[in-house]
Design a binder for this molecule. Structure first.
Ligand SMILES: [Zn+2]
Length: 398
């Protein structure tokens, strides 16, 4: 429903106003950055135009600041919400070029996984997550193929069974296998009555111009900061952290959810990083060994996350040292540490830090022995810090 969409009220009101006067374009493209709820928004629209019991704010309904929305309770709404409406059809990348998984697949073969992933993520998932869900694997390419175009033609040949508007959603139209575009163009060119195509894209540059020119564009902007703050607060974010996480999420809901999930861990890892730098600064070998053993017991995924945090910490120090703190959105304890440590992270040695942590992330995923790896990194950190200390001393005596 529209009221489940975070922010972007102006855009939703425009969709509502157009629908109310019966201006329902035959083919629309919802496009915008990742994490901006394009798919849930397109589905809320599909549900709205098919709901017979729309609610109006003017009748006293609380619609989260919107003027109108679907009822969410009628049979049509319930089926749309569960993605099981017989007049709602989905097309998405599924076939791998030369792949072995379900060789002659089409979208319909994956409808179970599609519904499951949609429910698990409230409709906000990435192409990579989709490939993992289907078992295709995130390091392969999946496309919308000719059998998907036949699936569309088949849908169009059937009579719409119960809905006012039959809806065909094509997720990530930029993944359309180019040679088959003409088949799809024909259907977009010759509108069937009471049929609505809702296309979703994150990269309009990759859409064929012949297709793009036939679509009505609906630009979905990123989530506004105030709306993001409210979303975070409603999702259980501690009040004092709301502002910071809203800024760090950059209007991306997937990012916001991840930040919220990892917030406590991030704070712990910040402290671990600060401890690590202190013992390397003193070249305290027994403490380094204890640290390597302790962090070695984390598990690879957590350790990778810790090393990514290390990269962010170095960046924090570098920007602080260059007086660019206004881009950092830091907590007090982070900023205090960066203020102190930034003198050992300079434009001269920053590449050594980046290279060290980048390699460590790579080696962690390559099954390196973790305590040994962490000891090696620590020793290199001791060397970097020793030469930074020396540089600093020679600068002050000069
Ligand atoms: Zn309804």
């Amino acid at each position: 429903m529209f009221r489940d969409i975070v922010g972007r009220k102006d855009l939703i009101e425009k969709l509502i106003a157009a629908a109310k006067v019966g201006r329902i374009p035959h083919a629309q493209l919802f496009w915008g950055p990742a994490g901006s709820q394009k798919l849930p928004l397109a589905l809320a629209y599909a549900q709205y135009i098919n709901c017979h019991h729309r609610l109006e704010a003017s009748d006293g309904h609380d619609l989260g600041g919107l003027s109108s929305d679907a009822c969410g309770k009628c049979p049509s709404c319930l089926k749309f919400q569960q993605l099981v409406h017989p007049d709602l059809h989905f097309i998405y990348p599924n076939n791998i070029n030369g792949g072995t998984i379900k060789k002659d697949s089409r979208s319909l073969d994956y409808i179970g996984q599609w519904r499951e992933l949609y429910q698990e993520t409230q409709g906000e998932f990435s192409y990579q997550e989709w490939l993992e869900k289907t078992g295709i694997g995130s390091n392969r390419q999946a496309l919308i193929n000719i059998r998907d175009c036949f699936q569309i033609l088949q849908c169009l040949s059937l009579k719409s069974s119960e809905a006012d508007y039959r809806v065909i959603v094509i997720w990530l139209i930029e993944k359309l296998h180019t040679p088959i575009a003409s088949t799809l163009l024909k259907t977009l060119e010759e509108p069937e009555p009471q049929t609505v195509f809702l296309l979703i894209s994150e990269n309009t540059d990759a859409i064929l111009p012949t297709i793009l020119s036939r679509l009505q564009l609906v630009k979905v902007p990123k989530v506004e900061e105030a709306a993001m703050e409210k979303f975070l607060l409603d999702s259980g974010c501690p009040g004092e952290e709301v502002r910071l996480l809203a800024q760090r999420s950059h209007g991306n809901l997937v990012e916001a959810r991840m930040l919220l999930e990892n917030n406590a861990t991030r704070l712990t890892f910040h402290e671990s990083f600060a401890d690590w730098m202190r013992i390397c600064f003193k070249a305290d070998i027994p403490a380094i060994q204890a640290f390597a053993e302790r962090m070695g017991s984390l598990g690879r995924e957590s350790l990778k996350f810790f090393l990514e945090i290390c990269l962010e910490e170095i960046q924090g120090c570098l920007l602080t040292g260059n007086h660019c703190t206004r881009w950092l959105n830091a907590r007090n304890q982070e900023q205090t540490f960066w203020n102190n440590f930034s003198k050992y992270v300079s434009n001269r040695n920053v590449q050594r830090y980046y290279k060290l942590f980048d390699e460590a992330i790579y080696l962690t995923s390559r099954n390196a022995h973790v305590p040994t790896l962490l000891t090696d990194i620590s020793l290199e950190l001791c060397r970097i810090l020793a030469s930074a200390k020396k540089d600093l001393a020679s600068q002050t005596t000069r």
